[in-house]
Design a protein around this ligand. Structure first.
Ligand SMILES: O=P(O)(O)O[C@@H]1C[C@H](O)[C@@H](CO)O1
Length: 314
């Protein structure tokens, strides 16, 4: 990267930070905790006090989320008994919307420059694991990121950026903070959530926007993934790269369609010819409305959990 390109990037980020701080009272200038709200989960920010919202289109460098269930503003304010300064993205940018990776992770890098030390990233996800039903919250302990491995969508591809984003080879084996994951379970215990409400698992990242074919779902399951989604991993990579402690909470909004047996057109025709009555067949499909519905129904549990985690962190 040319020296002046690095200087341009830094000057864009400093415009972003100056614009944001120019809109906030001093007590909110340095949020310690960042939150990313997944599909249908922008209610997570409902209990932020002394809230100041800044629309994305008024922040230099920010994109615009075009996905139903995602807002387009940062919410700053205080959370928890001790009034910890926080910032929440009320909606995120997904690569499948056409955003370049630099835009997808721009808010995360902005969080780092504002002073965020711990980030709680949430998402809606499909379950690949029959033991993890709809409505469960999954604390992510690892990921399988096919788009990272195949070389198109890793947010760290490209020239090394200026400090503090200047690590070339970023290890990712400890991206999911063990201490934050423990705090999540402690929080669930203090909230008296049933044991089954929060579990641990591995998130597979796919680019979307198609939901998985049965063969793709089976493949991901066989590789050890528990849930699958179309976001989060670029944010995790950028947050780790920027030195943050990362916690990811996935809300299971649907089961990925992985039938035990394919419906056979040949067998059905044979049965029809032989006059054998066939049982009714239900062909399942995932829809974004069902994803949003579960987000709405379970959003309050996610909000309580995030708040309690922040209280315990404080
Ligand atoms: O932004 P998240 O990951 O929460 O949203 C999920 C993935 C897709 O954007 C969408 C599919 O229903 O929900």
């Amino acid at each position: 990267m040319a020296i002046n390109e690095g200087a341009e990037i830094l000057s864009e980020f400093s415009k972003t930070v100056d614009t944001i701080r120019g809109r906030l009272p001093a007590k909110l200038h340095t949020p310690l905790i960042g939150i990313v709200c997944g599909s249908g989960l922008s209610g997570l920010a409902a209990s932020i006090r002394d809230k100041v919202e800044i629309p994305y289109d008024e922040i230099p460098g920010f994109g615009r989320s075009t996905v139903a269930g995602h807002g387009n503003a940062l919410a700053f304010g205080l959370l928890g008994r001790d009034g910890i300064p926080v910032v929440a993205m009320l909606g995120r940018f997904h690569p499948y919307e056409g955003h370049p990776m630099s835009t997808v992770v721009y808010p995360i890098r902005t969080f780092a420059l504002l002073g965020v030390k711990n980030i709680i990233i949430t998402n809606a996800a499909g379950s690949l694991n029959p033991k993890i039903p709809v409505g469960t919250i999954v604390t992510i302990q690892d990921h399988l990121a096919l788009p990272n491995l195949t070389g198109h969508l890793n947010p760290l591809l490209g020239p090394v950026l200026p400090a503090p984003f200047d690590t070339r080879f970023q290890p990712i084996s400890t991206a999911y903070s063990f201490s934050l994951r423990k705090i999540a379970f402690r929080a669930a215990h203090e909230l008296q959530f049933p044991r089954s409400a929060l579990t641990e698992g591995i998130y597979a990242w796919v680019s979307g926007p198609t939901y998985e074919s049965p063969a793709e779902g089976r493949f991901l399951r066989n590789q050890g993934a528990d849930v699958v989604g179309m976001s989060t991993i670029p944010e995790v990579v950028a947050a780790k790269h920027a030195g943050m402690e990362v916690l990811v909470l996935s809300l299971v909004t649907n089961m990925v369609v992985i039938p035990d047996k394919y419906r056979s057109a040949r067998e059905e025709v044979d049965a029809e010819i032989a006059g054998i009555p066939l049982p009714p067949v239900i062909e399942e499909e995932v829809t974004h409305s069902e994803v949003l519905e579960v987000g709405l129904a379970k959003g309050d549990d996610m909000r309580k959990l995030v708040e309690k985690i922040i209280e315990l962190l404080g």
